[in-house]
Design a protein around this ligand. Structure first.
Ligand SMILES: Nc1ncnc2c1ncn2[C@@H]1O[C@H](COP(=O)(O)OP(=O)(O)O)[C@@H](O)[C@H]1O
Ligand SMILES: [Mg+2]
Length: 202
C-alpha cells in the first residue's frame, strides 16, 4: 500500500527560464519575458506508488524530472523529500545521500552515455562516486546485478563494450542499469522506453 504520508511532495513548484530579448527590445528597455517551463506544479508521491506525467512535447516533463533529481533549480515553490525541504539544498555533502535515494533515467541514451567509457564503467560510476561499494568484488557484483535486472544477459558479455557497440535498445538498458545499480528509493524515468522496440514497450 502506498504510504499516505508521501515520500515526495512538490508544492507550487515552478521554473521560469528568462528569455534573452533581441537588441531592439534591450535598447527600448522592453522586458524580455520568460518561458514558463513548469508553472506551479503540486504533486504528492507515496512510497510504492507509480505516478506518470503525461503531456505533449515541451510541456515541462523533463524539467520536472530535473527538479526532482536536483539537476535543476526551481524559481519558486517547494520540493520536499520525506518531509524534508530540499528546495534550495545544493551542497555536495547533502546531495550525495539524496542522489543515493533518488535517481533519474534519462530520455536520451545517446547523451546520457559517455562514448569513451565501457558499459562496466558507466554502470559503476554512480556506485563509485556515491561511495556505495568497498571493494572491486562488491562493485562487480552490483554492476552484474544491475545489468541483469535491466535485461542485459549474461551481464559480463557487456562489461567491456562501448556504447557504439550496442543497439539503441541496449543502450537505453545500460542507462536503466546505471540508475538501478544505486538501489534508489525513488526513480524518475523520463520516457525510459521511448527507444525500445515496440514489442518490449507493450
Ligand atoms: N535550459 C533551458 N532554457 C530555456 N528554456 C528551456 C530550458 N530547458 C527547457 N526549456 C523549455 O521549457 C519547456 C519545457 O521543456 P521540457 O521540460 O524539456 O518539456 P518535455 O520534457 O515535456 O518535452 C520547453 O518550452 C523548453 O523549450
Ligand atoms: Mg522531455
Amino acid at each position: 500500500m502506498p504510504d499516505t504520508a508521501g515520500i515526495l511532495r512538490l508544492e507550487s513548484l515552478q521554473v521560469h527560464f528568462p528569455i534573452q530579448g533581441g537588441l531592439f527590445d534591450r535598447v527600448l528597455g522592453r522586458p524580455a519575458g520568460a518561458v514558463r517551463a513548469v508553472d506551479r506544479i503540486d504533486l504528492n508521491v507515496g512510497r510504492g506508488e507509480i505516478v506518470a506525467l503525461v503531456g505533449e512535447s515541451g510541456s515541462g516533463k523533463t524539467t520536472v524530472g530535473r527538479l526532482i533529481t536536483k539537476l535543476a533549480q526551481p524559481t519558486g515553490g517547494k520540493l520536499l523529500f520525506e518531509g524534508r525541504d530540499m528546495t534550495f539544498v545544493q551542497d555536495l555533502s547533502a546531495l550525495r545521500p539524496y542522489r543515493h535515494r533518488v535517481q533519474m533515467i534519462f530520455q536520451d541514451a545517446y547523451q546520457a552515455l559517455n562514448p569513451r567509457h565501457t558499459v562496466f564503467d558507466i554502470v559503476a560510476e554512480p556506485l563509485r562516486s556515491l561511495r556505495l561499494v568497498d571493494n572491486r568484488t562488491q562493485l562487480t557484483d552490483r554492476v552484474s546485478e544491475a545489468l541483469a535486472s535491466a535485461g542485459l544477459n549474461p551481464p559480463d558479455d557487456f562489461f567491456s563494450r562501448f556504447p557504439h557497440e550496442l543497439s539503441g535498445g541496449q543502450r537505453q538498458r545500460v542507462v536503466i542499469a546505471g540508475a538501478l545499480a544505486v538501489k534508489p528509493e525513488l526513480i524518475v524515468a523520463d520516457e525510459p522506453v521511448s527507444m525500445l522496440d515496440v514489442s518490449i514497450r507493450a
